[in-house]
Design a protein around this ligand. Sequence first.
Ligand code: KIV
Ligand code: ZN
Length: 406
Amino acid sequence: MNNPTPSVDRIIIFDTTLRDGEQSPGATLNVEEKLTIARQLARLGVDVIEAGFPFASPGDFEAVQKIAQQVGTPDGPTICGLARATRQDIEAAAKALKPAAKPRIHTFIATSDIHLAYKLKKTRPEVLAIAEEMVAYAKSFVDDVEFSPEDAGRSEPEFLYQVLERAIAAGATTINIPDTVGYLTPSEFGALIKGIKENVPNIDQAVISVHGHNDLGLAVANFLEAVKNGARQLECTINGIGERAGNAALEELVMALHVRRQFYNPFLGRPPESEAPLTNIDTHQIYKTSRLVSNLTGMLVQPNKAIVGANAFAHESGIHQDGVLKHKLTYEIMDAQSIGLTDNQIVLGKHSGRNAFRSRLRELGYELGDQELNRAFLRFKELADKKKEVTDWDLEAIVNDEAQQV
Ligand code: KIV
Ligand code: ZN
């Protein structure tokens, strides 16, 4: 089967907060919470939402199905479901994704010798045959099939090339290269993508995607190197949540591509000075999305986290404060407004009214009903009487307390 040659003029952002992100220890989300996050991801402008792993549990199936129905509209994002390379998994994914206007099945099987020997207990020819057969099976349900050779980062390159060639020939339109254990360094990851481009004969029929974990803190750097070498889809999560040390963080990737677009433009065949965005993300929605995911998963964002941490735009030292007051560019490489923070942060205190209170909560990702808002506002006033300034952390504590008392 031949796939049409994909033409990608921007970097595709594939968000897996609801699948790999939810695999963070302690970060389970219920169906309603997943729907709320999926709606916000659509507002953020992600191209693909990996909504879950439908065969894994009835709850995951229901979440993928509801997201497919309610967020997977014709002008909304592609909705993707994960499936191991088995018939049962693929059938569950196909069924859950049926209501989506643009469904994608993402099927995977490991290709590293370590995984073959100890996890799958299969030979390379067996894995090759399964990959080919299951991609073709997924293709019998949907046009848009993504294939991942799990642990690609530690797979023998010649075998990896063979598996990818066969998966593309069987109908995969995206081939995703996971650094499953976060082992590679940026130059190694770049070379891996380059090797795939040069050695997989039908590679032009598929989009090259990357997926990576942050065990050595290198996931974002690895992806940026992959972009330079031809990767056009990035798989990432909000706040970088995910298994172990997490996944590549969406907000860091998007802002790196945005702030340094003159550097990355030529790798996409554009003149350096082009102002066309490199992704479809509405960067102004980043902060709100980060807060929402943190609130619903209960996973705190470290204060010094790039882009969305509480200190990311704060200047503490006198020298820095003085410099920024004279000219922002002295110590700031991006504008807080570009991620949706208001520059003139309204400081909430005892004189603030309900509207300012409601609007700050909205910026933090909370949409309260009238009664909840009234109760929260009363508590805010009590606190404001005792404290000069009420911080975002105070507001979150108030709202979370309210939620627990309801
Ligand atoms: O890390 C990984 O290899 C994965 C695959 C399922 C893509 O999450
Ligand atoms: Zn992963």
